[in-house]
Design a protein around this ligand. Structure first.
Ligand SMILES: [Ca+2]
Ligand SMILES: [Ca+2]
Length: 463
């Protein structure tokens, strides 16, 4: 009962007075929809069936004498069932029972209720229930719905699908996709409750609002269902950010850093490139937001486009930050990408000041510094180990011998010891760890000798 009320409310058919439990359409007792003292019984839907009117506390039928389309229109309107599609006599929806309340009903079609039409007095008739009148109304027509896929905001050239759907018992009709603002229109007949419209490559002009329509052909006339709600499609240009690079032909080197130092008078060229799904277009070279070059046509593959900007001889005025912008004209509208990363060009006056020379010199300095640090560390480590060996394993004689020399002397001697170790094929690490007193003594003898040699070498190392 509650469900029936909802349906009736949606259909504007009034309140539910009664509904039979046997919901079997066509045969026997079907659902009965009634409102405003009129109802349609035994029909296939709530808006079709045998016409019955309520009078003096009971429901009775209507005789088919003079029954015609204008009468059906009044019945359908009174029930809130929209347009009348057809009218019937001869108990088309089955024989009713009880009173035959109305006979010889003649409407103009403008009346708001069937009882307002001309008719015999209530109950006065020359009919039987085999003449019961019926109508089929179109019903309260639903609106088609629209959905967009993959999104309502798409890129130029993308594929877009519009789907129009209908929830109706009147399947088998024409779906129409229409644009609100211009003549764009697509039609498709469908036996189902939906139809899909595809635009394989959207253009910018496809931007706008769209709605679906549904049209059904009934006997000899078209029934246009109410227009559906609108959905907006926005087609935009999705231009990629271009890349910038600098080529110095003389050096055969391509730079991609933020900053490039160039020798004054040398030549270079800046390459702008972009991945684009669009054909053609052009690049602008923008200098520090101050000036913009003339556009240069982009060339290359359809997905990778580029242009060169040549600088035959670098002048001081050419210094500055450069960036590339990609642009394309579509339908007389210019679309520009966002600027590329910027590339700073700096001039160096001296001939030796190129970026490569600078890098090489810097690298050499670094290597020298590392070498110096290595030897310094090595000598400090050897010195410490030698001190331990001398104090614990060797007698006072050697200690004194050591003290005779200047502080710089044992440094030199240790370095020499290290050299000896290399000569004997031992690693320097083995020395401090595994030394027996005997070999230490022996070594001290040689060390003493060679220490003098190293003493002489020492100034060389320090320099
Ligand atoms: Ca008749
Ligand atoms: Ca009659």
């Amino acid at each position: 009962m509650k469900k029936a009320e909802v349906v009736c409310k949606q259909l504007d058919c009034g309140s539910v007075v009664s509904i039979s439990s046997a919901a079997h359409y066509g045969v026997g007792t079907g659902p009965v929809w009634e409102a405003k003292k009129i109802r349609l019984a035994n029909g296939r839907s709530q808006c079709s069936g045998r016409v019955e009117v309520y009078h003096k506390g009971q429901w009775g039928t209507v005789c088919d004498d003079e029954w015609e389309v204008a009468n059906a229109e009044v019945v359908c309107r009174q029930l809130g069932c929209g347009e009348a599609i057809s009218f019937f006599g001869n108990a088309h929806f089955g024989r009713g029972s009880g009173q035959i309340w109305l006979d010889n009903v003649e409407c103009t079609g403008q009346e708001v209720a069937l009882t307002q039409c001309s008719h015999n007095a209530f109950g006065e008739n020359n009919c039987g229930h085999g003449e019961d009148a019926g109508v089929i109304c179109l019903g309260n027509l639903p609106k088609p719905q629209i959905t967009l896929s993959p999104a309502t905001d798409v890129g130029l050239g993308d594929r877009v699908e519009f789907t129009c759907t209908m929830v109706t018992e009147h399947l088998g009709g024409t779906f129409i996709l229409q644009k609100n603002s211009d003549s764009f229109k697509m039609e498709k007949y469908s036996d189902n409750d939906a139809a899909m419209f595809i635009i394989r490559k959207v253009e910018l002009s496809h931007t706008g609002s769209y709605h679906c329509k549904y049209r059904k052909r009934l006997t000899n006339k078209n029934i246009d269902f109410p227009e559906g709600d609108s959905a907006k499609l926005t087609v935009t240009m999705h231009l990629e950010q271009p890349s910038i690079s600098l080529t110095s032909p003389s050096a055969m080197v391509m730079f991609r850093p933020d900053k490039v130092e160039l020798k004054s008078g040398s030549s270079f060229s800046i390459t702008c490139s972009v991945h684009s799904k669009y054909q053609g277009g052009f690049f602008y070279l923008v200098k520090a937001n101050l000036s913009t070059s003339e556009p240069k046509p982009a060339f290359g593959h359809s997905i990778f486009l580029l242009a060169y900007f040549e600088f035959p001889s670098v002048m001081p005025k050419d210094q500055g930050e450069y960036s590339c912008i990609y642009g394309i004209n579509i339908s007389a509208v210019l679309y520009k990408s966002i600027p590329s990363k910027s590339l700073q060009v700096i001039l160096t006056g001296s001939s030796s000041g190129s970026a490569i020379t600078g890098a090489v010199v810097g690298l050499l300095l670094l290597v020298l510094l590392l070498l110096a640090a290595y030897f310094f560390w090595r000598r400090r480590g050897q010195s410490a180990r030698a001190m331990v060996t001398f104090s614990s394993r060797v007698g006072e004689v050697i200690k004194q011998d050591k003290e005779e020399k200047t502080t710089g002397a044992h440094d030199g001697r240790d370095y020499n010891t290290l050299a000896n170790e290399y000569g004997n094929g031992h690693s320097p690490e083995e020395k401090g760890a595994e030394v027996d007193p005997q070999s230490t003594l022996e070594r001290n003898v040689t060390e003493d000798l060679s220490g003098r040699v190293c003493y002489e070498l020492e100034p060389l190392i320090h320099s």
